[in-house]
Design a protein around this ligand. Structure first.
Ligand code: ATP
Ligand code: MG
Length: 307
């Protein structure tokens, strides 16, 4: 369904005159940026629903959801990001209002409001949309317990949304827990996308997450599978980051993207401007890495729902 054409990567040249590690890094970045500029991706039919999950906190779930969403939108895909975290960080990064009075994903899950009624366009791109979260979502874990079909509520509203809206990607940003909000995401999605922070304890809790995915496959959503792993906050200067990356690649050879996301100040400061790093500084190292990861995701061979 996706077709990616990428020109040969230009070889890093001595654009910066001197041959130092920094000059080489800058030349390499410039070559990668040029390669991205000549990359064309075609999106045709079918919707992929990915849930960005990891019950470990602060591993880059939200950063990944919004930046991959924005990078895919820049490539021409129509993208809906669903903010399923009461912290509302994805809504903030996408520049979408999400104060207590805003119609939000809480109303969809608890008050049967159609998803189309809460979706807002991100100021960043005409292809990028967000179903925001508000502070009310903090109570949803408990309120959902007594709801009919409590595990399927997001799936049902998405299915209804698809009857009159066409999107190429739905990306769900999950909270750092395996509660009913995350279960709703697992039931609505067909792909799990796990960001892993390249630090000590990175793999801790991963077997619990994989166990939950298996349970959901067995009881609620047979389509669900782990399609993508992205290594985030990579610091190439430390041996530990390299060791974590090698270990993850050994365990998940087909799911780990080639691209790794470096630790980058630009990435971490973008949300305070209500922007993704793609909009904030699209040619910074972190933005280029997220744009490359988006191209990889767009070219993955995977099953999609036909609209
Ligand atoms: P939570 O579990 O609380 O939802 P999360 O998994 O969504 O967290 P993020 O909020 O995306 O994680 O990232 C955690 C922190 O790390 C944020 O302050 C974010 O700006 C920062 N961060 C994420 N990726 C990078 C990066 N590549 N370089 C530098 N900082 C980063
Ligand atoms: Mg988050």
């Amino acid at each position: 369904m996706f077709h990616v054409k990428q020109s040969e990567k230009a070889t890093p040249s001595s654009t910066f005159g001197v041959d130092t590690p920094l000059a080489r890094e800058l030349a390499d970045l410039s070559a990668r940026r040029q390669a991205l500029e000549t990359t064309a991706v075609e999106f045709s039919g079918g919707t992929r629903v990915l849930t960005v999950s990891n019950q470990k906190g602060g591993v880059g779930k939200t950063t990944t959801a919004v930046n991959i969403g924005s990078a895919l939108a820049n490539l021409g895909a129509k993208v809906l990001v669903i903010d399923l975290d009461p912290q509302g960080n994805a809504s903030t990064a996408l520049g979408v209002p999400h104060n207590a009075e805003t119609a939000s994903i809480y109303d969809v899950l608890i008050n049967d409001v159609p998803l189309a009624d809460v979706v807002q366009q991100s100021p960043e791109s005409e292809n990028l949309f967000c179903a925001p979260s508000t502070i009310h979502l903090a109570g949803a874990e408990i309120e959902l317990v007594s709801q009919v079909a409590r595990e399927h509520r997001l799936r049902r509203s998405l299915d209804q949304y698809f009857t009159s809206n066409t999107v190429d990607f739905v990306i769900i940003d999950c909270p750092p827990s395996l509660g009913l909000l995350t279960i709703n995401a697992f039931t609505a999605a067909s792909e799990v996308f796990i960001p892993i922070q390249c630090e000590y304890y990175a793999l801790e809790g991963l077997s619990q997450l994989l166990g939950s995915i298996q349970m959901i496959q067995k009881h609620l959503n047979p389509e669900l599978h782990l399609s993508t792993i992205l290594l985030t906050m990579y610091d190439g200067r430390t041996r530990l980051a390299q060791q974590v990356a090698d270990e993850v690649r050994t365990h998940f050879p087909t799911q780990v993207l080639r691209t790794v996301i470096p630790r980058s100040v630009r990435v971490s400061e973008a949300p305070s401007f209500g922007q993704t790093v793609i909009a904030y500084d699209g040619n910074s190292a972190g933005a280029i890495a997220y744009r490359e990861a988006a191209v990889e995701i767009a070219s993955q061979k995977t099953q999609s729902k036909e609209n």
